[in-house]
Design a protein around this ligand. Structure first.
Ligand code: FES
Length: 71
């Protein structure tokens, strides 16, 4: 699905950039050229970044959970 219509950038492209270490809106803007025309995509880009941060936080918490011994 297109997130930035002005630059024809999809959510998959943005998620790939995030998964490859792009972690701020400015970096996404610089990397993919989004958000510089009409700016309508900025909210959705923020949501993608926030969703990724929440997911990383949940994974971090899960990795800190003690492993229960089933024996
Ligand atoms: S939709 Fe992204 S700058 Fe216009």
């Amino acid at each position: 699905m297109y997130v930035c219509v002005c630059k024809a950038v999809t959510d998959s492209q943005i998620k790939n950039a995030i998964n490859n270490g792009v972690c701020t809106r400015k970096q996404i803007f610089d990397c993919l050229g989004v958000g510089k025309n009409c700016g309508k995509c900025n909210k959705q880009i923020k949501e993608l970044l926030d969703g990724n941060r929440r997911q990383q936080s949940i994974m971090q918490e899960a990795s800190n959970e003690p492993i229960l011994n089933a024996y």
